[in-house]
Structures are given as C-alpha cells and as structure tokens.
Design a protein around this ligand. Structure first.
Ligand code: AP5
Length: 213
C-alpha cells in the first residue's frame, strides 16, 4: 500500500505513522526526519535546509523531491510506503505522481488528519522528540515514564528548534498558503480520506484503521 499522511504541523502525522508502521509493515518516509538527520550530520544540504526549517518555511522543492525519489528506490519500499510530510506543494505532488508513474505505480490513499489551530499550537508547544529514535512525546498528553528520557530507547528528549511559538505560527501560515491546496488536489483525484484528528492518539488511530478497511 502507498499512503500519504497529509495535515498541518502538529496534526499527529508522525505519531500515527509510527503506529501504522507496526500495523501495515511498510516504512515511514518522513521528509522532516530526513532533513533533521541531514542537519545533525552537518551536510551542506542540511545546513541550507536548517535556515528554512527554523523560520517555518519550506525547503526548496527540488531538494525534497530528490530525497524522496532516492528513498523510494530502496528495497524496503518495494511493497509500499507511507509518506509523512510529503508532498507539501502542488509542484511536489506533481513530481511524486510522475516518479511513481514511471514505475507503473500510484498512491492508494491520502489520509488527511484535521485538527483545529488552538489544539495544534498546544500539541506543538508541548512536544518533545527523542534525539535517537525520533519518537514523539508530549509533556501533557503523552509524557515519558521518566522525564527527559525516551521510553523506547532511553535516548534524550529535546524540544525542536521550530517548536518555538514564533516558528509554529510561521509554519501554520506556510501550511495554509502552500500545503492546504493539496486537499482539493487529492479530492479531485478521488484519493482524499479526511480523518478527524481530535481526541486521544488511539481514537485517531482507530479512525484511520476504519478508513483503510
Ligand atoms: P516536519 O517534521 O514534517 O514537521 P510538520 O509537518 O510541521 O509536522 P510535525 O512533525 O510538526 O507534526 P506531526 O503532524 O508529525 O505531529 P506529531 O505526531 O509530532 O517538517 C519540519 C520542517 O521541515 C518544515 O517546516 C519544512 O521546513 C521542512 N520540510 C519537511 N518536509 C518538507 C517538504 N515536503 N517540503 C519542504 N519542506 C519540508 O504530534 C505533535 C505533538 O502532538 C506531539 O507532541 C504528540 O505527542 C502530540 N500528539 C499527537 N497526536 C495527539 C493526540 N491525538 N492528542 C494529543 N496529543 C497528540
């Protein structure tokens, strides 16, 4: 199965993707995680991406399209994959359609997780992420058993640079201007599966399962 997880920053794409990996046995391809890895590694591409990410802007299409094109060639994607945070512009969506068509493939479902802005800000400002395995936590809604330590791998939890209030507001604006149009884009293609992203993590997961059934 080939899925796209669409939704604003903080909607729960990463959280749900990690649960879907277990359920479906297909890899999560998170462009945000891959870009943060490049920043951590200090590569020239990572350094360039960091300036966009910290200010809440999108990294240029050609950079992200290149990363995804390379990733989906890997053997673990042969039976499908789940794109988390890609595409984010219509140019990226067109590039994705084209790269899949070349292989005789197509997206099956676009799961669009919908959450209101006040809740998004609450979720992002309290988020903590594992430096090692990228597992997402929340100081209030999903705290780790031991403060600052990942339950899964013992890694250190940190607050992302783009989870400061000013950057969060910029990311929400960027989403409205550049990514929200993809809802109509995929609706017109009969692929859009809207999912209410409010409520507990497990409730949202139940709704996604329902949609995929
Ligand atoms: P990216 O890392 O993709 O960030 P994002 O889309 O802004 O999404 P988030 O990771 O912030 O949120 P999420 O929806 O995954 O929510 P999560 O599950 O963590 O991108 C970062 C940056 O990289 C971009 O700004 C851009 O610069 C660049 N970039 C990435 N992809 C790009 C692309 N394709 N093109 C160009 N640039 C790109 O949940 C959030 C919090 O809420 C967590 O604390 C979690 O524990 C909590 N939570 C989750 N679900 C619930 C729930 N149901 N109830 C309560 N709390 C919940």
């Amino acid at each position: 199965m080939k899925l796209i997880l669409l939704g604003p920053p903080g909607a729960g794409k990463g959280t749900q993707a990690k649960m879907l990996v277990q359920e479906l046995g297909i890899p999560q391809i998170s462009t945000g995680d891959m870009l943060r890895e490049a920043v951590k590694a200090g590569s020239p591409m990572g350094m360039k991406a960091k300036t966009y990410m910290d200010s809440g802007e999108l990294v240029p299409d050609e950079v992200v399209v290149g990363i995804v094109e390379e990733r989906i060639q890997q053997p673990d994607c042969a039976d499908g994959f789940m794109l988390d945070g890609f595409p984010r512009t219509t140019a990226q969506a067109d590039a994705l359609t084209e790269m899949l068509e070349k292989k005789g493939l197509a997206i099956d479902h676009v799961i669009c997780i919908q959450v209101d802005n006040d809740e998004l800000i609450r979720r992002l400002s309290g988020r903590r992420t594992c430096r090692n395995c990228m597992a997402p936590y929340h100081v209030e809604f999903n705290p780790p058993q031991k403060e600052g330590v990942c339950d899964k791998c013992g890694g250190e939890l940190y607050q992302r640079d783009d989870d400061r209030e000013e950057a969060i507001r910029a990311r929400l604006k960027t989403y409205d201007a550049q990514t929200r149009p993809l809802i109509e884009y995929y609706e017109q293609r009969g692929l859009l599966r809207p999912v209410d992203g409010s409520g507990r993590v497990e409730e949202v997961f139940g709704r996604i399962r329902q949609v995929l059934r």
